[in-house]
Design a protein around this ligand. Structure first.
Ligand code: GLY
Length: 387
């Protein structure tokens, strides 16, 4: 079946039954949209809802500042989702009464040395060439925005449209929204196998129990490739990319930072409750969950260099998470060769940013058979074509 195949579910019923594998921001977002439209939705997760990459992430909505050469083709998708974020957050908050703490101060990317500034100038030229609203600041201007930056900061890029949400609040709100809309979320219910009948997806197996469904959505993040039952070509080429992170505790009444701040080696994300989230390593270590001295040292060293005042702050938490990285670092969205199976995985560094566009486009695909042009280039078929 091609990415634009019209028949996602076999009946012409307006209310298909859908099994979503994975209760992260992606799976829950899709389930919310589907349940709100009257579909019968069951979401399955191997653990607690929202405790995978969604829990581990930083919640940055960085469509602009993170764009590097070679990633231009992802920009329309990233920017479209960024554009949808304020309405998505407002709708979610109205549906649940729960805040997702969307903060709109923007992002600074600072440099310390002449080499750092050469790189920032290059990025600035490149990003301006893509019409991205990025400003180049000198050191004094950067410190006017963030007075606790180290006094010798050489300069910064300022990205006024790259914001953040509190990712853990987001998963709580999405979980509540799915339930309110009539969907079901099954926690500690690992899907071991997708049931295929006559070559089409017909449900999911949890232990010895088959849950039949018209449509199966594979949104299991870094675990997506491990779900059994699919032919080799149907297994998404997604692997875990480990990230170590930590959080410090600031005084919420006198926070050291207000913007998201990137340094040459780390990023810092100040939360409204005073947590300062710091990330992240990027490691090819499979599902290894170890926190390492070297990993945490590199994060703390980068942060201390940028904001020396952090040395006084207590450590609140340290954790690891697993980004779902596809072979080309872009998400896998839409249908493939297995009828009735829809992919929504491989979001790599951008799962929270891409939650709104993924939820909207995948729900639309399932409910109407229409492929939103913004996801058209992101089907699993691109890997076969590239082989
Ligand atoms: N988006 C930030 C990260 O993946 O570390």
């Amino acid at each position: 079946m091609s990415d634009s195949a019209p028949a996602i579910h076999p009946s012409s019923s307006k209310s298909p039954s859908v099994a979503v594998i994975g209760a992260g921001a992606i799976g829950l977002g899709i389930a919310w949209r589907l349940a709100s439209a009257g579909a019968r939705v069951d979401v399955f997760d191997q653990g607690e809802a929202g405790r995978g990459a969604t829990h581990a992430s930083g919640g940055m909505l960085a469509a602009c500042i993170e764009t590097e050469p070679g990633e231009e083709w992802m920009l329309p998708l990233n920017r479209e989702s960024q554009r949808r974020w304020p309405a998505f957050a407002a709708e979610l908050e109205a549906a649940t009464g729960l805040s997702v703490e969307l903060r709109t101060e923007g992002t600074l990317y600072i440099g310390h040395t002449a080499d750092d500034m050469a790189r920032l100038r290059f990025l600035h030229e490149f990003q301006r060439g893509l019409d991205l609203p990025i400003e180049l600041l000198n050191g004094a201007e950067a410190r006017r925005r963030e007075p606790y930056l180290q006094p010798g900061v050489a300069g910064a890029l300022f990205s006024p449209e790259d914001h953040q949400v509190e990712n853990r609040a987001l998963s709580r709100a999405l979980h509540a929204a799915v339930l309110k809309a009539g969907g079901r979320v099954h926690e500690h219910a690992a899907v071991t196998r997708i049931e295929l009948r006559g070559g089409r997806a017909a449900g999911v197996w949890v232990g010895d129990t088959l849950h039949p469904a018209d449509v199966v959505v594979l949104a299991a993040g870094a675990w997506s490739r491990g779900v059994e039952g699919l032919p080799a070509a149907g297994r998404p080429p997604v692997r875990p990319i480990k990230g170590q992170m930590l959080a410090l505790r600031m005084d919420p009444a006198a926070p050291l930072l207000r913007h998201v701040v990137w340094t040459p080696t780390t990023y810092l994300i100040p939360r409204l409750d005073g947590r300062l989230v710091i990330g992240a390593t990027s490691e090819e270590r499979g599902f290894n969950e170890d926190l390492t001295a070297g990993g945490i040292f590199s994060l703390l060293e980068g942060v201390w260099r940028a904001v020396p005042g952090v040395a006084e702050l207590p450590i609140d938490e340290m954790w690891t998470g697993f980004r779902p990285g596809s072979r080309d670092d872009a998400p896998i969205l839409g249908t493939g060769e297995v009828e009735g199976l829809v992919y929504a995985t491989g979001h790599h560094r951008n799962g929270i940013l891409l939650a709104p566009v993924t939820a909207d486009a995948i729900a639309r695909l399932i409910l109407t058979g229409e492929t939103d042009p913004v996801i058209a280039g992101f089907g699993i078929g691109r890997f076969r074509e590239a082989a």
